[in-house]
Design a protein around this ligand. Structure first.
Ligand SMILES: [Zn+2]
Ligand SMILES: [Zn+2]
Length: 423
């Protein structure tokens, strides 16, 4: 008993030290670094656009350094003694675009942003990008003095906020902000109802269901001038709050936005970790990029399956386990390297993936036959490729919407990510 008490005291002492560490390094606000990211299939260039001070910090105050190393990019913050005081992995639309045919013949420009807790003292921020061999290489470095008077305050939007689910303080919860696109002022009741539907549907699936008490969901009621979102091939271009569009990279069902600044301006009205955009459309489509944002239509009959699938990408860095439908990508994964996504493998470095979840007698690779339904193995086909990339289960929500469950590897990855946010 005495020992346990001692352990508890030590634990609390450690926790308060780490929390005190946050308070000594950062304010309870965010520093947003807006930059442009341009290039071709093989080149990239970063250029600073603006530094913005946002009113909230939604992330953990204990887990400041990223332990996952997911994503195609990595932002690191160093104090003046070169100690790493914050880091986070993320991906972007630019990284995906680099694998399209267009990137071979054209250079393009994308807006991107990273969010870090607002530093109290001078810091150095370094952004690295992952090369084809999976190694992060520094690309962009920036010294920031938090007293610099060119750091702009975030624009005051004075939008109404609808609390969809409030469970805990932002630093102890996964905070999702839902943004509306293509809802007119008169349609805000529909948006509120769609947010309630989002909450009901997200928590119908494990492991979200058993972790509901660790989530906050807030919605920023930002109206659009016109209803619906852009469908370029139909010459339909409504004027909307976030300029979302189908046909991203000329793939009809791929629905994203390039207007990253507006997106962040709206999201920053509340504390948040993850952005989910609900587009006011019945059309099937969506998209989700790790620690970037997720987007999908709010009135499709597969709404529930789409939101958990996209949130799997955006929140836990899960890869697509399908390989049988058309995408705009060429050689999205290098088969000579282990992909960073926790639920697909090239078998190059499988030991660090889901091997511990596979029963000893299971053959590897596992035959893609009904006798292995609902079992964890290593099945060939995944990551947009029928050969050379393997997935953990015959079916999973990251593969099809038939079985309506996440496989064991995806479930474990989601749970680990939830744990990282709630410490
Ligand atoms: Zn997907
Ligand atoms: Zn899976």
């Amino acid at each position: 008993m005495k020992n346990r008490l001692f352990l508890t005291i030590v634990l609390y002492a450690t926790m308060s030290t780490v929390s005190a560490q946050f308070d000594s390094l950062f304010l309870d606000q965010s520093l947003r670094i807006d930059y442009v990211h341009s290039g071709t299939d093989t080149t990239e260039w970063y250029a600073l656009e603006a530094l913005i001070r946002e009113p909230y910090w939604g992330g953990s105050k204990l887990n400041l350094v990223d332990t996952f190393m997911f994503g195609n990019y990595y932002v690191e913050v160093f104090d003046k003694e070169e100690n790493l005081i914050y880091s986070r992995g993320y991906s972007s639309l630019f990284a995906e675009w680099q694998t399209t045919n267009e990137a071979k013949i054209l250079s393009r420009n994308f807006f991107e942003t990273v969010l870090i807790p607002f530093p109290k003292k001078k810091v150095k921020v370094v952004i690295s990008s992952r090369n084809r061999n999976g190694v992060f290489l520094p690309q962009f470095s920036l010294n920031i003095n938090p007293k610099d008077y060119f750091i702009k305050p975030a624009p005051k939007k004075e939008m109404l906020v609808h609390d969809v689910l409030i469970s805990n303080k932002p630093e102890k919860a996964v905070d999702i902000v839902i943004l509306p696109d293509g809802y007119r002022e008169e349609e805000m009741d529909k948006f509120r109802a769609d947010c309630e539907k989002f909450r009901e549907d997200l928590f119908r699936f494990e492991p979200f269901a058993s972790n509901k008490q660790h989530f906050n969901i807030r919605a920023v009621l930002a109206p659009s001038k016109e209803s619906g979102i852009a469908i370029p091939a139909k010459d339909f271009w409504p004027e909307t709050a976030i300029s979302s569009s189908f046909y991203t990279f000329d793939s009809e069902r791929y629905c994203m936005t390039y207007d990253h600044k507006t997106l962040r301006d709206l999201a920053g009205q509340v504390p948040y970790d993850q952005i989910y955009i609900l587009a006011n459309t019945e059309k099937y489509g969506g998209g989700g990029i790790f620690n970037f944002y997720c987007l999908s239509g709010s009135s499709n009959r597969l709404f529930a399956e789409i939101i958990v699938h996209e949130f799997g990408h955006g929140f836990a860095g899960l890869g697509d386990e399908y390989y049988d439908s058309s995408t705009a990508y060429n050689d999205f994964y290098n088969l000579e390297t282990e992909p960073w996504e926790p639920n697909i493998t090239t078998l190059v470095n499988f030991e660090k993936k889901w091997q511990h979840l596979i029963p000893a007698e299971t053959p590897i690779p596992t035959p893609d036959e009904p006798q292995w339904d609902n079992q964890t193995g290593v099945f060939e086909g995944g990551g947009y490729s029928a050969k050379g990339i393997f997935r953990p289960s015959r079916d999973c929500l990251m593969h099809t919407f038939k079985g309506k469950v996440f496989c064991a590897a995806c479930s474990e990855a989601i749970q680990k990510m939830i744990n990282f946010y709630i410490d």
